[in-house]
Design a protein around this ligand. Structure first.
Ligand code: NAP
Length: 235
């Protein structure tokens, strides 16, 4: 196969930015999305703006994606807000579902027809260990990441015969802005103590697994949730 076109949502920082670099290194042409009208992306990347929390913007963006003929889709953009259900705002719950599940669904729907025409596609949805285990205060986030896993399994079945393989990568605790803003130093220290490897993951480490699942090296794995957590969920 020649140069593949890949789309990475939320590619401006954290796991997404590391994935963009990993895919460029693998020879892909990469399109990056983020919210801000201008963002720093690696040279040669096309940058597209979309606030995935906005239903109208998502609809418009999906029409653009339909025409992009992408071979690789990385649904990485995601948000989190921790809180007990008694204080949790339903609007926050819905926003988290919209960014973390609805947007991946809409973008898969937009990308799959051209993948079917070309009989090739790799989709990687970024879930979390909170798709397989949970903690108090994670109802919205866990619901969204478990939902994304369910979406992945069902869609993988629909398109398996078209050589479109759809998987999840479920990172543990990763050293990114999201982690620092959601957990703070105290929360990070507490969670780190639960990681058998005794440290957070780096975004680069997670990106290697995403790159593998998105690659042509992955020929037979679909519908799975690859947990990359330093042993967290084994304890
Ligand atoms: P991050 O550092 O906060 O980066 C999030 C990315 O998503 C940014 O590029 C951001 O772009 C984009 N984004 C956020 N809200 C968006 C919106 N409404 N519309 C469009 N783009 C939006 O996050 P991260 O830690 O790298 O996390 C990436 C993914 O991994 C998420 O799905 C997260 O749930 C998952 N994950 C993270 C961890 C962790 O420990 N960090 C663990 C497990 C799973 P702009 O700000 O430029 O708009």
């Amino acid at each position: 196969m020649g140069t593949r076109r890949a789309l990475v949502t939320g590619g401006t920082r954290g796991i997404g930015a590391a994935t963009v670099i990993a895919l460029i290194e693998a020879g892909d042409e990469v399109i990056v999305t983020g919210r801000s009208p201008s963002a720093q992306v690696p040279q040669g990347c096309r940058y597209l703006t979309c606030d995935l929390a906005d239903p109208k913007a998502l609809r418009e963006f999906s029409r653009i994606v339909e025409g992009l003929e992408i071979s690789v889709l990385i649904n990485n953009a995601g948000i989190n807000k921790i809180g007990a259900i008694s204080e949790y705002d339903v609007d926050d719950f819905n926003r988290i579902q919209h960014v973390n599940v609805t947007a991946p669904f809409v973008l898969c729907k937009a990308a799959i027809p051209s993948m079917q025409r070309r009989q090739f596609g790799r989709i990687v949805n970024i879930t979390s260990i909170f798709s397989v285990v949970s903690k108090p205060g994670r109802s919205a986030y866990s619901a969204s990441k478990s939902g994304l896993l369910g979406l992945t399994r069902a869609l993988a079945l629909e398109v398996a015969a078209d050589n479109i393989l759809i998987n999840c990568v479920a990172p543990g605790i990763v050293d990114t802005e999201l982690t620092h803003s959601v957990l703070g130093d105290k929360g990070i220290a507490e969670l780190r103590s639960l990681v058998p490897m005794g440290r957070l993951a780096t975004s680069d480490e997670i990106a290697k697994y995403i790159r593998f699942l998105a690659s042509e090296e992955n020929t037979y794995m679909t519908g799975q949730n690859l947990v990359v957590d330093g042993g967290f969920t084994c304890a």
